[in-house]
Write a protein that binds this ligand. Structure first.
Ligand code: FMN
Length: 187
């Protein structure tokens, strides 16, 4: 089987539109019905919603307190637009840092889950994000674990990576399977 991977020259938000075009094409080819998007402000998910119809779209944000104690980073206006479109916006502890980050912040060192995250970042920030948000959305019951989905992530802002994967819950995380990389920045 021959498949294409689209490589962006540089990571970042400028790749978002092309990334969405590629994800749409691959979702159509594979008949994928669920797409999970990392979107801190809601902006990237709204762009995906404009371009990709007839799928179950799920938006995952940073947890409250990621940047500032008690504060959510989701843009309230974008949240309203997402609500109007019936797109669930999910906020929870990050699957690939979680309490582990609290432990390493306090005591130093590193926890196994942070090693997992850094290992996935050897491929790209976005691949780490795709795996993480898939676990989070699966644990929220918002995407299935028994079928292939597309996950979309980026490097800090926007989207530059799309992956076809079968999600898993955090208590069986190594059942997660990455099937295809649709696009990513070339390291
Ligand atoms: C749960 C979560 C974890 C994230 N982790 C990282 C990360 O480790 N590295 C990174 O560069 N971006 C990370 N991001 C940012 C996303 O990949 C993406 O670029 C961003 O959410 C897009 O937000 P926007 O729609 O506001 O532009 C993360 C986002 C979320 C929601």
């Amino acid at each position: 089987m021959e498949k294409k991977i689209y490589y962006f020259e540089n990571p970042g938000k400028q790749n978002t539109d092309k990334l969405i075009e590629l994800a749409k094409e691959r979702a159509g080819e594979l008949g994928i019905k669920n797409i999970v998007v990392a979107s801190v402000s809601g902006e990237t998910t709204l762009k995906v919603a404009e371009q990709i119809k007839d799928v179950n779209l799920v938006s995952v944000t940073h947890h409250a307190g990621f940047r500032e104690k008690g504060k959510l980073e989701l843009d309230p206006q974008k949240q309203e637009e997402l609500t109007k479109l019936c797109i669930p916006v999910y906020t929870s502890s990050h699957a690939l840092s979680g309490v582990g980050r609290g432990i390493s912040n306090k005591f130093g060192g590193v926890t196994p889950v942070e090693v997992m995250a850094e290992t996935l970042r050897m491929i790209s920030q976005g691949v780490k994000v795709c795996v993480e948000i898939s676990i989070m959305a699966a644990d929220a019951g918002l995407i299935p674990t028994g079928e292939e989905v597309i996950a979309i992530g980026g490097t800090a802002l926007g989207a530059d990576t799309a992956v076809v994967l079968t999600p898993a819950h955090m208590n069986s995380v190594f059942d997660l399977r990455i099937h295809e990389i649709v696009a990513m920045p070339r390291p």
